[in-house]
Write a protein that binds this ligand. Sequence first.
Ligand SMILES: [Zn+2]
Length: 299
Amino acid sequence: MLRQTSIAVSCVLLVFLLMVKGTSAANAGSKLPDPIMAEVAEKLFRLDCGHSLANDESVWTPGENVGRSIEFSSTCWLIKHGSDWLLWDTGVPEATLNDPRGWSTLPKLIVYHLDKSLTDQLADIRLKPGDITRVAISHTHGDHIGNMALFPTATILMQHAEYRWIHSPNGPNDNVNQLMALARKLLGTPKNLQLIDGDTDVFGDGSVTLVSTPGHTPGHQSLLVHLKHSGFIILSGDVVHLEENFEKNIVPSLNTSKADSIASIEKVRQLIARYKATLFINHDKKQTDTLKLLPEFYD
Ligand SMILES: [Zn+2]
């Protein structure tokens, strides 16, 4: 009787321990901030990192807008946090500046132009590229990492899954393979590379959080920024390209996973609700044109 009881107690204890372990394992992956306790970053600047003309909008909105041309914005963001400067994406390569032929990641689909270099925009607020301590990239498409070479001493923050993907063998889609090859070239071999897995609190105080939003590419991420007056802002990366895609769950044909893309859009919706956050969509030119531009900033 005593032996049976002790076996039963052991079993209950074992189940309990497994449950506790399961819970901590489930929480370990999420570093999302507490909406009330999160600290704030001081300033958020928008930089104009190029604009592009695509000849067939339906690549980004399958089933709709076939053969219609569309203009996209390319946006970089700069965050001041104490003595740290974090740049979010590096945009279209500076060599594109004032080149009437433009530059392209996929020449048959899209051409990018640049009106002002990243270096000149940083100079407008008395910064040099060497002052940027961290560069976080949403993903490795060329229009988001065109100027990595300007920041050889910065810590580069990207998802492990993204790094693994661009160094993996080619797949069936030639456009995607072409984007991966360009990504390897533009990323190079950063001296200070910090590969992360999942949601990550950059400064350890809840002010700036990398949010894993795969689907557009396997290691795509967005950025959740907390500011004193503006509250929480989500920088989309390419989790969606247009407000309409966000509203209707429309997934571009170049995305590496449709299911992951839709799950990531849903994750962003939940973040907006939880943090009462504003979503700034990188390539949505209509929205971007309404936002503050450096030297103005959000705080
Ligand atoms: Zn992209």
